[in-house]
Design a protein around this ligand. Structure first.
Ligand SMILES: *Cc1c(COP(=O)(O)O)cnc(C)c1O
Ligand code: SF4
Length: 334
């Protein structure tokens, strides 16, 4: 068994849990008692204890392990898989701001993240240090204030919940001062990776803002949800937050009808509705997670037959230059 109870992580603050995250693949393999090739990548292993505690010891194919364990095949050069598949990094007038879709402005609030998912596009950008300066935030706020079509501001990353609550409360207050802004959205995996992040300080500013707060979680498998994640979700709901989830369709992790239907039901049980199921962006190093689009469409066609409509995520692909994410039609003909 994992000596999980010996390390005392359960009582640590979220900040301490970030610092005590496992970064050494040998240590991970020892803790989990698995025999796997050790691969060190420039995009290092990063997995905090609360997430690690949900991985089944002794199982090299555990779906949570596979999301975080660096593997030798990441080094393969596969044609079509590139560093910046979405080509969005140099389009931006203000560093960290992406305004691609009508009515919504997305801010990369920090490049840092609480976990390193192997399929992430962040793997090619050394932007862990990136964070808009005070001056950049002034510019972001005046951009939003000057454009009454922007009703929703999305904080993304990295993970925006790595900002402290003083910073977040300040951003929420400045946005709430702009009349045409109705909604503040956070794209975050931290409530799943370190559910301790949903603490009194966070719930305090969320409960007080006049903005409608939407939190879009990132959960790919029902085994990522444990009682602590459920409690975090309940606290957010109680504070008035609308909870949605986006997943990435990943070969060997959630590319089965049962796994997808279990995930939707497990999300609903904690008050979260499935929103997007993204097919993988063609990121170099992640080709082994990809599956053909026809397979994705067949899978969804089966999922649709098993679930109420509100538990079926939209199968989506991001195509550079399009005015929205592209919904992929499902394929009923197997
Ligand atoms: C995904 C995304 C959004 C949000 O799109 P929704 O379909 O509203 O979830 C907004 N801006 C950018 C740049 C995005 O990539
Ligand atoms: S949580 Fe999201 S941004 Fe962070 S590493 Fe995973 S996929 Fe990338």
């Amino acid at each position: 068994m994992i000596p999980l109870t010996d390390v005392g992580w359960q009582t640590q603050s979220w900040q301490a849990l970030l610092k005590s995250a496992i970064t050494d693949p040998v240590e991970l393999a020892t803790i989990l008692q698995i025999d796997v090739p050790i691969f060190r990548s420039e995009f290092p292993l990063l997995v905090p204890w609360p997430y690690l505690s949900r991985i089944r010891p002794g199982d090299p194919l555990d779906p949570l392990l596979l999301q975080v364990l660096p593997q030798p095949r990441e080094a393969l050069d596969v044609p079509g898989y590139v560093a910046d598949p979405l080509q969005e990094l140099d389009q931006s007038p203000i560093p960290g701001v992406i305004q691609k879709y009508h009515g919504r402005l997305l801010v990369v609030a920090t490049g840092a993240c609480g976990i390193n998912c192997r399929y992430c596009f962040r793997r090619h950008f050394p932007y862990a240090e990136f964070q808009p300066s005070r001056a950049a935030w002034d510019q972001i706020i005046s951009t939003v204030a000057a454009d009454s079509s922007i009703t929703e501001v999305i904080l993304s990353g990295g993970d925006p919940l790595l900002l402290n609550d003083r910073q977040l409360a300040d951003i929420a207050r400045r946005l709430a001062d702009i009349n045409h802004v109705t909604t503040l959205r956070l794209h975050t995996r931290l409530p799943v990776v370190i559910p301790q992040r949903i603490d009194a300080a966070l719930l305090d500013w969320i409960s007080q803002t006049r903005l409608q707060v939407v939190v879009v979680l990132h959960i790919n498998h029902s085994a990522e949800i444990d009682p602590a994640v459920a409690a975090a979700a309940r606290s957010l709901s109680a504070a008035g937050v609308t909870l949605l989830n986006q997943s990435v369709l990943l070969k060997g992790i959630n590319d089965q009808v049962e796994i997808l239907t279990d995930l939707s039901r497990a999300l609903f049980a904690i008050g979260v509705l499935p929103y997007y199921l993204h097919v993988l962006d063609a990121v170099a190093g992640a080709a082994h997670f990809d599956l053909p689009e026809t397979r994705a469409r067949h899978l969804l066609a089966e999922v649709v037959k098993k679930l109420p409509g509100y538990l079926v995520p939209r199968l989506a692909r991001e195509i550079p230059g399009e005015a929205s994410k592209t919904n992929l039609a499902i394929h009923p003909l197997a």
